[in-house]
Design a binder for this molecule. Structure first.
Ligand SMILES: [Zn+2]
Length: 72
């Protein structure tokens, strides 16, 4: 058996060291910097565009309890 040497993933270190998400404060992902997710990027984008737009993925539809499946 041979143990393959695994080098530390520098991307993980970079992610931890990155600025927190400007929207929710969680560590930002490199793919969505400076945000942690596309959702937060969309939230910030909509803030820039104005409060006119609703973000369908941001809030569960009121009065629809079955709409939160898979969202924790
Ligand atoms: Zn976020």
């Amino acid at each position: 058996m041979s143990k393959a040497p695994r080098t530390p993933d520098s991307r993980l270190v970079d992610a931890v060291d990155a600025k927190p998400c400007a929207v929710c404060g969680r560590p930002a992902l490199d793919a969505y910097r400076p945000f942690c997710s596309k959702r937060c990027a969309d939230v910030d984008l909509n803030r820039w565009l104005g409060e006119h737009y609703r973000i369908p993925t941001d809030e569960p539809a009121a009065g629809d309890p079955e709409d939160n499946g898979g969202y924790s």
